[in-house]
Write a protein that binds this ligand. Structure first.
Ligand SMILES: [Mg+2]
Length: 345
């Protein structure tokens, strides 16, 4: 007796894979076949357009006959081959000791006298009302790194690729290596559920070699008004027009809400905040480390920022009690200088 067959085509990166499986075969078997064909680990395979007949979740032991195959008989596969994932997370052997410093300046005048009584009050109420969901308890004697997410360790806009490909190269090895010295917090200007989804997709919450202490979202950020106007003032403007001009407003990440919440663990001496936006550091400029934006282009990224950053953070952990000794705004210059004096003789 001939058993019924299920036939459709899987499309991946312009290639077609005709599928002809017994209807009793499982999703797991399909994924294993796709692993052989594409080298994408079954865990990282995403099949777009496949649904279950009975509104059930698609699990590995579901039979193919219980799937609703699209009318077009075409199913898109998303995912990154194992080798490429390993490649982008591999530690490069040839990190140069001198790095080009392309960081930009931001203007301190714009934020002169920014600490108004109103701002102080806002901070007080933040510290009081802030809800923090601890994932891993703060550890005594550790320094703290606060990481931004978007464009610092992740680029969400690279549509069509898997999340692992959108993760900045070196993120996992960095977190694994700094974890013995630093507690780890992520702080992003989005809502909590987005942050959680991104961290989960990057595998950051499931790596057993380090732990994230907690996560802060946009509700922990403060909006400030700077001393600069949104638009340039032109000479031809009338007095009335000038009075109507709006000053630049933006969000910032005030580290002191963390320090005041956990004074036994974190303070201005032991915290480094890594972000691609300098304006987030306004209240704590000496703790801010400006990192080059991570923008994922097609193909394997050559971005090495996190590999340099790992060495820099490990050096600080080894040499300084007070992290403010170094100028993190120009951290690449600092790292070059340190290396030059270390290897002089
Ligand atoms: Mg960012």
């Amino acid at each position: 007796m001939n058993e019924e067959k299920i036939e459709f085509t899987i499309k991946w990166k312009g290639k077609s894979f005709p599928i002809s499986f017994l209807s009793t075969s499982t999703v797991e078997e399909l994924k294993e076949y796709l692993y052989i064909a594409t080298k994408i680990n079954p865990k990282h395979q995403k099949l777009l357009g496949l649904k279950s007949n009975k509104n059930k979740k698609i699990t590995n032991n579901l039979a193919l006959k219980d799937l609703k195959i699209p009318k077009s008989k075409k199913v898109m596969l998303m995912g990154t081959p194992e080798k490429i994932i390993q490649k982008v997370q591999e530690i490069p052997v040839d990190l140069p000791l001198i790095i080009d410093d392309l960081d930009f300046e931001y203007d301190n005048e714009e934020y002169k006298n920014i600490r108004t009584t109103e701002l102080e009050k806002k901070l007080d109420s933040f510290v009081e009302n802030l809800e923090i969901n601890i994932i891993n308890k703060p550890r005594a004697g550790k320094k703290l790194v606060v990481f931004d997410i978007d464009k610092t360790v992740f680029d969400m806009k690279g549509i069509g690729s898997s999340s692992l490909e959108l993760t900045r190269p070196g993120l996992h090895p960095m977190l694994e290596r700094i974890y013995p010295h630093y507690d780890i917090i992520f702080w992003s200007q989005t809502k909590w559920n987005w942050i959680e989804a991104k961290l989960f997709e990057m595998g950051v919450l499931s790596n057993p070699k380090f732990g994230v202490n907690f996560v802060l979202d946009i509700t922990s950020m403060l909006k400030i008004t700077s001393n600069y106007y949104k638009k340039r003032i032109s000479k031809s403007m009338t007095k009335e027009e000038k009075e109507k001009l709006e000053k630049r407003k933006h969000w910032i990440k005030p580290l002191e809400i963390i320090w005041r919440r956990y004074p036994d663990f974190y303070n201005e001496k032991n915290t480094i905040h890594i972000d691609d936006l300098g304006r987030n550091f306004v209240l704590n400029p000496k703790n801010g480390l400006l990192i080059k934006q991570f923008i994922k282009k097609a193909g394997i990224s050559q971005d090495k920022e996190l590999f340099y950053l790992t060495e820099y953070l490990l050096y600080i952990a080894d040499h300084y009690d007070d992290v403010r000794v170094l100028d993190h705004k120009h951290w690449k210059k600092e790292w070059t200088r340190i290396n030059q004096s270390r290897f002089k003789n």
